[in-house]
Every structure is written in C-alpha cells, then in structure tokens.
Design a protein around this ligand. Structure first.
Ligand code: S3P
Length: 169
C-alpha cells in the first residue's frame, strides 16, 4: 500500500479528515505543518513573519523529501500551498496517492472566519483572499490529485468514507 496524501485549500479539513482516516486504516498520521512547527519550535505564523514565505516553502519541500525516504505507509496531510510549488509535484507523485479534498468558497469562508494562524489570510477581506487564492490554485489541485472528493455537504464520516471508497476503486 502507498502513502495517502491529502491536499486542498486551507480549511478543507485535511488534518481532521487525515487523523480520522489514519485511525480507520490503522496507519500513522503526519501533518507537514505540525511537523514543521515541531522541528522549528515556533508557529507557522512566526516563521512567515521572521523568515518570509519562501523560507517556509523550502521547509515544506524538505518535509516531503524526508517523508519520501521513510519506508512507511502513512496518511499525510500537507499545507494548502505545498502542491502549488512546482518543485513538489514529482515528490508528491513518488510519495503516494494524492486525494484532493474539495470545498467551495462559501464553506471555506465559514470555516476560516476568525482564523489568526494562517498568514496568507490575515488583513483585508477574507472572502477576496480566498477567492483569489482559489483562482490560482484550484486547477493545480485538480491536476496533482489522483482522486477528488467533494466535501461541502458531507459530514466528517462521510468524507472519510468517500476517501476510502476512492482508494479501493
Ligand atoms: C498555507 C496553508 C497552511 C499553512 C500555511 C500556508 C497555504 O496550511 O501551510 O499557513 O499557503 O495555503 P493548511 O492548509 O493546513 O491550513
């Protein structure tokens, strides 16, 4: 069995779905954002503030490389911007099966309103920021993904079931 990698926009539920999926499949779970924060000893917000986005993107690529060297099958959730970086496409492909958790703008605005931990969404109109990033990213997510799961009208359990069904297809 290959690694299962969850991709999608911020607020799509990658970490929550990933944890539940890993428990169901009895696999280890890893989240690249959490891993980066642990290794750096500081929050993503602080990393963006002190070092800038490019530095963070390099840390993400380093995480993918490390995961690729592990002889393990895991459920992996990655930050929303990771699949957008072209240098990560081949690494993702080598790492395993990629599942795009798709959510529409209204769902994301509801889920992300009041969030203070995501640097790319701070200041100005949340709706406009999501709209703009979605325009830049949606086609990349679709292109990178082996499977696409719509999450908007689904409960957590239904989404997890949807991922399992896609993987068994
Ligand atoms: C980002 C998504 C975040 C985190 C960082 C940048 C992005 O992860 O990696 O704030 O560029 O979309 P989540 O998708 O888990 O929120």
């Amino acid at each position: 069995m290959k690694n299962i990698i969850l991709i999608g926009f911020m607020g799509a539920g990658k970490t929550t779905v990933g944890r539940r999926l890993a428990a169901k499949l009895k696999l280890p779970f890893v989240d690249t954002d959490e891993q980066i924060e642990k290794e750096q000893g500081r929050s993503i917000r602080e990393i963006f503030e002190k070092e800038g986005e490019a530095f963070f993107r390099d840390l993400e690529t380093e995480q993918l490389r490390k995961l690729g060297r592990k002889d393990l099958c895991q459920v992996i959730s990655v930050g929303g911007g990771l699949p957008v970086q072209i240098q990560n496409h081949e690494l993702l492909k080598e790492l395993g099966t990629t599942v795009y958790l798709k959510a529409d703008k209204t769902t994301l605005v509801t889920r992300l309103s009041g969030d203070t931990g995501r640097p790319l969404l701070q200041g100005g109109s949340l709706e406009e920021k999501i709209e703009q990033l979605m325009q830049e990213r949606a086609s990349v997510y679709e292109q990178v993904a082996n499977f696409i799961i719509e999450t908007d009208s689904k409960s957590l359990q239904e989404t997890v079931r949807g991922v399992c069904e896609a993987l068994h297809r």
